[in-house]
Ligand binder design. Structure first.
Ligand code: 5GP
Ligand code: ZN
Length: 115
C-alpha cells in the first residue's frame, strides 16, 4: 500500500492534518517538527509510506538518494547556513515514534535543546 490512512505522516502528506510546510514536490513533503530540538528542525518525509530503513529495499534506492540530496537545499533555504545534522530513527531500538520513514534535519545557532 502506498499510504496508510492511520499513519500521521501519510495524513500530513495528504493534507488531512495541518503542518508548517516548507517544501513539497512529487516525491517529498518537508515541514517543521512540532517539538523542535534545534532552532531549525525539519522533517523530510517521502510521500510513499515506507515504515523505516529496516523495511526499505532496493526499489527505494532512488528515493533515498533524492532524499539525502534534497537535505542541503532545505537546510540552506530554512536558515541552517553553516551546516546541519541528519537523523533517522529506525525501530524501537532506534527510538522511532512515527513509523513512516523520515529524515530529521536540524541546524541553526547553538546551543540546541537536546542532541
Ligand atoms: P521519530 O519517529 O523519528 O522518533 O520522531 C518523530 C518526530 O515527529 C518527533 O520529533 C515529533 O516531534 C514529530 N511529530 C510527531 N507528531 C507530529 C505532528 O503531528 N506534526 C509534526 N509537525 N511533527 C510531529
Ligand atoms: Zn505513512
Amino acid at each position: 500500500m502506498s499510504h496508510d490512512p492511520t499513519c500521521i505522516f501519510c495524513r500530513i502528506v495528504r493534507g488531512e492534518l495541518p503542518s508548517r510546510r516548507v517544501h513539497e514536490d512529487e516525491d517529498f513533503v518537508a515541514f517543521h517538527d512540532i517539538h523542535p530540538a534545534a532552532p531549525v528542525h525539519l522533517l523530510l518525509v517521502p510521500r510513499l509510506h515506507v515504515e523505516s530503513l529496516i523495511t526499505a529495499g532496493p526499489e527505494h534506492s532512488a528515493l533515498l538518494g533524492k532524499m539525502l540530496l534534497l537535505a542541503p537545499r532545505l537546510a540552506r533555504e530554512n536558515g541552517a547556513d553553516d551546516g546541519f545534522r541528519l537523523v533517522v530513527n529506525n525501530g524501537p531500538g532506534g527510538g522511532q515514534e512515527v513509523y513512516h520513514l523520515h529524515l530529521h534535519l536540524m541546524g541553526g545557532p547553538r546551543p540546541w535543546k537536546r542532541t
